[in-house]
Design a protein around this ligand. Structure first.
Ligand SMILES: [Zn+2]
Length: 348
């Protein structure tokens, strides 16, 4: 009898531990990448600074970081971009694909003049150029995983030294996004111009492994009206809420290409930004006098899907296979400062 009780006490104890440990096990892998450390910074260990490969080391960029313009090699800049743009827990081949996409995006910006005139070549603001995080800041976010994460990312940049995604011999606008709804979108569906290498392709999103892959957003009639009228004052949002959105045209993955809002036809991507939805793959219903949106995926959906890239890597694809899958009709080749033409000689 007593043994019985002791055993059931032991079972309860184990269950209790599991009860607390399991949610931690689920949350912990994402925590350090998704949320900056709440407090304190860790002393960076003494270590050798990043050494770029020959091609990435051959180019010096002027990087606008807040108010300050800092000079660094293309390689050092790319390590900072990959730290900020993709979770370090992703597969090595996915990190390499990200490094090549970031390098290509940077060279595209340099060749097309960029956003900063004579001040800088590129900046660290993700809403303008690409996100960037210094090693020190990344390390304080990463905590104990810092050495391993930093080494993984530096390797991804160094082992793809100079490699660039080219279409017709020229670096492409290598845009990427977090996760699609199982299919990427063409640039023409989302923005104005349709680029031959940014077309809709299948994307193997592991839906159940992606945090907030499905999201739900609720608006009262008044909130919805306010947001839409701020950008589209001509929209007629009178009458019953259930009639405000009409005639949605969707692609095969469910992303909204166009929809009429109060009689105004707009792109799904436009309504997405007006409402602040996580993607343009959404459905809606009228409920309690307001509107509820059900959203799949995160990002504009054009170019490489990062979670899709990670899934392809898990299934054995290398970074070239990932990149030529997401960018149509491209090649991945070393690209030198010399190929940049006059860039560098004029100091621009
Ligand atoms: Zn910028």
């Amino acid at each position: 009898m007593r043994r019985e009780i002791r055993r059931s006490a032991a079972v309860s104890a184990v269950l209790l531990v599991l009860l607390f440990a399991l949610p931690l096990a689920v949350v912990t892998p994402f925590r350090q990448e998704l949320f900056p450390a709440e407090s304190g910074t860790q002393e960076p260990a003494e270590r050798v600074p990043f050494q770029p490969g020959d091609l990435d080391g051959d180019m010096t960029l002027r990087v606008l970081d807040g108010e300050e313009v800092r000079e660094m090699t293309l390689g050092a800049y790319l390590v900072g971009v990959v730290r900020a743009e993709m979770p370090a827990s992703f597969e090595p081949e996915a990190l390499k694909a990200q490094a090549v996409a970031a390098r290509t995006y940077t060279l595209y910006k340099l060749q097309t003049g960029g956003n900063h005139g004579d001040t800088a070549d590129i900046c660290t603001d993700s809403t303008c150029c690409q996100a960037y995080i210094s090693e020190e800041d990344a390390r304080s976010n990463w905590g104990d995983a810092a050495d391993g994460n930093e080494a993984k990312i530096e390797t991804a940049v160094r082992e793809t030294d100079g490699e660039t995604i080219l279409y017709g011999g020229v670096p492409i606008l290598a845009v990427f996004h977090s996760c699609s709804a199982g299919q990427t979108r063409s640039s023409g569906q989302v923005w104005v111009s349709d680029l031959p290498y940014l077309q809709a392709v299948a994307s193997p999103e592991p839906a159940d492994a992606i945090p907030n892959y499905y999201s739900r957003v609720e608006f009262t009639a008044e909130e919805f009206r306010e947001k839409v009228l701020a950008s589209y004052p001509e929209a007629d949002l009178s009458g019953d809420v259930s009639g405000w959105l009409q005639n949605a045209v969707t692609d095969t993955a469910g992303s909204v290409e166009t929809v009429e809002v109060g009689g105004v036809t707009m792109k799904g991507s436009t309504l997405r930004s007006v409402l602040g939805l996580r993607s343009a793959c959404f459905e809606w219903e009228a409920a309690d006098g307001g509107l509820v949106f059900y959203v799949t995926g995160y990002g504009h959906g054009v170019g490489m899907s990062q979670y899709g890239a990670n899934q392809m890597a898990k299934e054995g694809a290398d970074y070239r296979e990932i990149l030529t899958h997401y960018y149509t009709g491209v090649t991945v080749e070393p690209y030198t400062a010399a190929a940049m033409g006059s860039w560098g000689e004029s100091g621009e």
